[in-house]
Design a protein around this ligand. Structure first.
Ligand code: NAD
Length: 442
């Protein structure tokens, strides 16, 4: 099938490449010319495991191409995905300007029937707004061309996005149009062989499903962070509690890890957006507000522990920091807990010596001008002459370090572990002062 994808970010690029890999003819559109020029050379704008070879092969085979020409792009696809960003506004609501701009672009150039697919995460009612924009623009052109707007939210996880798109656990199609449904079923046929993953529902339910999914996951994390804070104060070990509750199949082991707070481009903004949607309708979303508040507070937990350890004397200290991206296997720094920590440390007069396996360029782009940041090439180099070590992201390479070397390199044998990678007792036996999350120390 002929597919057009607007937006070549984490969602659009991965989905476009995976659809091309499955045999479709895909044109990806973006307004960022530099990104497109680099993509044509096979240079990816993001780090995503397994993506580069698929992009390279599908481009070489002529199944995937990149353009900034909207007329050409709209002409190409019968199915047109909108996968542009929906960042938060100041008030927490989702900024729909890019989605609506794409809707207008499609309507300006379409000559025949199109299925316009909202893949971006958008507030309930956005499909109606996209349809209104298309209708209005077609009227301005004095054209009456048929189209459908479908909600088809994306559930991929950064760091495993290719696998998630190739083997989706659900394909939600929000539409009342049989014609659009049939086209999307055909599009996703290759991904739906093992068992039927397609769930067809009304468009508003599809839109809400995406927010509900992310808010549920964020709730699990904030809940565990809350219990971890209680565990510290009552002298319990959150790791034992985690195993104890995870064994109940109604709770399960997934997503109940305490830590330094959730980040990334989805959970924080989607929780805020659903809070905003609810409040606009006169409903007070008590749970969502608490999930958000716990997360904001959780991002300060590591700094608070450092502050206490140094009895407030952080000025002039050098902090080794392992892990910058908001989670492993991605270079995404949006809303990453490391940012809150680094900014607090700088405000308190500390220097940060940081290493991340893939997020160094992105950190350089954001904080390159910060005088108190040194980005170094290895995890060992981050330790050199640092006072203490803080682990913020649970990259695999940080899970089995050379503890003797850490002790030799640091001025004090102190580790602040924001991801509970090690056993506190074993760490004490190795001679470390070890601060974790919810494991005894407040
Ligand atoms: N990142 C994720 O893990 C993830 C997962 C599921 C859903 N989503 C949702 O998908 C959407 C996209 O997220 P993302 O992380 O891929 O965003 P992103 O910021 O990585 O990419 C968005 C791209 O859209 C481009 N763009 C903006 N306006 C455009 C226009 N008018 N025409 C063409 N291109 C345009 C930008 O230049 C950018 O390359 C968001 O709504 C997000 O919430 C993201």
């Amino acid at each position: 099938m002929k597919i057009t994808v607007f937006g070549t970010g984490y969602v659009g690029l991965v989905q476009g490449a995976v659809l091309a890999d499955a045999g479709h003819q895909v044109v990806c559109v973006d307004i960022d010319e530099i990104k497109l020029a680099r993509l044509r050379l096979g240079i990816l704008p993001i780090y995503e495991p397994g993506l580069e070879p698929i992009v390279r092969e599908t481009v070489a085979d002529g199944r995937l191409s990149f353009t900034s020409n909207p007329a050409e792009a709209v002409e190409h696809g019968t199915v047109i995905f909108i996968a542009v960003g929906t960042p938060p506004n100041e008030d927490g609501s989702a900024d729909l300007q890019h989605v609506l701009a794409v809707a207008q672009t499609i309507a300006k150039h379409m000559q025949g029937y199109k299925v316009i697919v909202d893949k971006s995460t958008v507030p309930v009612g956005t499909a109606d707004r996209v349809a209104e924009m298309v209708t209005l623009t077609l009227q301005q052109r004095s054209q009456a061309i048929e189209f459908d707007v479908v909600s088809n939210p994306e559930f991929l996880k950064e760091g495993a996005a290719v696998a998630d798109c190739q083997r989706p656990d659900r394909i939600i199609i929000g539409t009342a149009s049989k014609r659009a449904e049939a086209l999307l079923r055909e599009l996703y046929e290759t991904f739906n062989r093992n068992h039927d993953r397609v769930m067809v529902m009304d468009v508003r339910s599809a839109e809400l499903t995406k927010y509900a999914a992310n808010c549920m996951l964020a709730t699990k994390i904030s809940f565990m962070n809350e219990i971890a804070n209680i565990a510290e104060r009552v002298g319990a070990d959150i790791e034992a509690v985690r195993l104890g509750i995870g064994s109940d199949p109604r709770i399960g082991y997934h997503f109940i890890y305490p830590g330094a707070g959730y980040g990334g481009s989805c959970f924080p903004k989607d929780v805020s957006a659903l809070i905003h949607i609810s409040e606009e309708l006169g409903f007070n979303p008590l749970i969502l507000s608490a999930v958000d508040a716990r997360n904001q507070a959780q991002k300060d937990v590591l700094f608070t522990k450092l502050y206490k350890h140094f009895a407030g004397q952080i000025k002039g200290k050098t902090i080794a920091l392992w892990g910058l991206s908001f989670k492993p296997n991605t270079d995404d720094m949006r809303d990453a807990p490391s940012r809150v920590l680094m900014e607090s440390l700088w405000a308190a007069g500390a220097r940060v010596q940081a290493y991340d396996p893939v997020a160094m360029d992105e950190t350089q782009r954001i904080y390159g001008q910060s005088p108190n940041l040194a980005l170094v090439g290895t995890k060992e180099a981050a330790l050199q002459d640092a006072d203490v070590l803080v682990i913020v992201t649970e990259w695999r390479t940080f899970k089995t370090p050379d503890f003797e070397q850490i002790k030799k390199s640091l001025k004090e044998p102190v580790i602040f572990d924001g991801r509970n990678l090690f056993d506190p007792k074993a760490m004490r036996e190795k001679g470390f002062t070890y601060y974790a999350i919810g494991r005894g120390d407040v």
